[in-house]
Unconditional design. Structure first.
Length: 283
């Protein structure tokens, strides 16, 4: 059960970037994936997460970079809470050659942390401004070292299976048909798929369905219908999985999106009711 002090809120911008800010004490994220770059900064506490086969501890001012498809989880690394802000950036918004470096998941660089945080705040306060564009581009450019090398276990057949799962997100897919697509035995496919993408086939398909659930909730589809259409046992099943992956329930997430759509902007164009306090990270 989520502690009273645990909270999160998010906003999806017109260009597809999702901004998340959260503070958690007892909440634990299950292992999950995103189709976007996840780029953020820890504001306080110790943010512990598993990614790329290792446990990482991010402290205040550290920058986190998780590439699309990389499996990760999240929890507090010490007694007490941690807080952070994250940008989920669609791949289409990042030009070839400017991809964030894949060499490290956590970057201990106060200046870079400031750049990422300034970009987040600018997008949250006025995403349709030149200043926000420049701060975002500056942060991405600072992260770009060189395009990453392809994973040596990246087989074309595994990509075909992944694409098939994406195209059939609302279907009851069976292992035999996936093995046929990959021209492998079920055992070979199960082992190689997990090596390539970090999750078993079923878990990967589940997270695709959760991402699709967010899209349908944003369009106003009732939660019960989303659960039924995407193959969840019932609404409570969707509720549990959604909170485990995203830190909030479908209803809370949907109401937050609805409130953002109907919000009348102030003259300064604020989205979150934030004070212009100094960023709590060191420089």
């Amino acid at each position: 059960m989520m502690a009273m002090s645990d909270w999160s809120r998010s906003r999806v911008l017109p260009n597809g970037i999702e901004l998340l800010e959260a503070s958690f004490d007892r909440h634990v994220y299950e292992r999950h994936v995103h189709d976007t770059f996840a780029i953020g900064v820890t504001l306080s506490g110790v943010q512990r997460f598993w990614c790329r086969g290792a446990t990482n501890d991010s402290i205040a001012g550290n920058v986190m970079v998780i590439r699309p498809g990389e499996v990760h989880d999240g929890r507090s690394g010490t007694p007490g809470s941690y807080s952070y802000r994250m940008m989920y950036v669609p791949v289409s918004l990042i030009l070839t050659g400017s991809e964030p470096s894949s060499s490290r998941t956590i970057l201990d660089d106060p200046i870079l942390g400031r750049r990422v945080h300034d970009a987040w705040r600018a997008l949250a306060h006025r995403e349709d401004s030149l200043a926000a564009d420049e701060l975002f581009d500056d942060a991405i450019a600072a992260l770009a070292i060189r395009a990453p090398q392809r994973d040596p276990v990246d087989a074309p057949m595994l990509d075909r299976v992944r694409d098939y799962l994406r195209a059939h997100v609302d279907a009851n897919v069976r292992a035999n048909e996936l093995a046929s697509i990959a021209s492998m035995s079920r055992f070979q496919l199960t082992r190689q798929f997990q090596r390539r993408f970090g999750l078993p086939l079923h878990a990967y398909h589940l997270h695709l369905r959760l991402e699709e659930a967010k899209r349908r909730l944003r369009l106003g589809t009732p939660i019960a219908q989303v659960a039924a259409d995407l193959g969840f046992v019932d609404q409570s099943h969707l509720h549990r999985r959604f909170k485990g992956a995203f830190g909030t329930t479908p209803d809370v997430w949907r109401r937050g999106v609805a409130a953002q759509k109907s919000k009348i902007r102030s003259p300064r164009g604020r989205i979150f009711e934030l004070e212009d306090e100094p960023c709590p990270i060191s420089t």
